[in-house]
Design a protein around this ligand. Sequence first.
Ligand SMILES: *[C@@H]1O[C@H](CO)[C@@H](O)[C@H](O)[C@H]1NC(C)=O
Ligand SMILES: *[C@@H]1O[C@H](CO)[C@@H](O)[C@H](O)[C@H]1NC(C)=O
Ligand SMILES: [Ca+2]
Ligand SMILES: [Ca+2]
Length: 183
Amino acid sequence: MKILVSISIVFLQFASIIECTSSPIQPFATYRNETELIENVADLWWTVDDVRMEITFELHVRTTGWIALGIGLAEDVTNNADIGIGWIDTNGKLYFEDRHSSGFVLPIKDPTTQDWFGLQGQEENNWTAIQFKRALDTKDNMDLPIQSGTNVVLFAYGLIDPNPDITYHEDRRITRMFPLWKP
Ligand SMILES: *[C@@H]1O[C@H](CO)[C@@H](O)[C@H](O)[C@H]1NC(C)=O
Ligand SMILES: *[C@@H]1O[C@H](CO)[C@@H](O)[C@H](O)[C@H]1NC(C)=O
Ligand SMILES: [Ca+2]
Ligand SMILES: [Ca+2]
């Protein structure tokens, strides 16, 4: 039994670094890192620029609704998340917002500064692809800094665009822990 448990832990750690993406959309750029967040549903690419101290992400999800990536706190995964959320409207226009959430409520737009920036986005074959960036440390107390080492990365998506606000994501959310930035 003990051996079985150890084997599955090794397998989980291995599985979490498998680089195998399934999006049919070609990413806008070349990135240093990639991970499949949910098999056949969500892929994430990212690169840290440690001179400019910023991180550029690209998130692809099999949905035509909104998609979101967040940074959380290990000891408090559902509270105080800092969230970047975006969608492509029916005219192909990209929307991207810096939000935060405290507890199991809808994330609301930061009333302080908007620090997550949507760069480019497109919708194709029922997938949504958005490239966005933020400073590693935005210095806004509504946000959470992305520290080197292991990060708590939250991911959620909805099946339709916000109208007027996002629909709650129900079970379409996951939390993963992995390093985004190792200087
Ligand atoms: C990101 O890519 C770098 C360079 O290839 C690698 O050293 C690092 O382990 C990768 N990080 C993750 C979390 O996969
Ligand atoms: C997109 O999804 C709709 C509704 O589920 C489906 O009817 C359509 O065939 C899908 N299109 C593609 C290109 O997969
Ligand atoms: Ca902010
Ligand atoms: Ca925020």
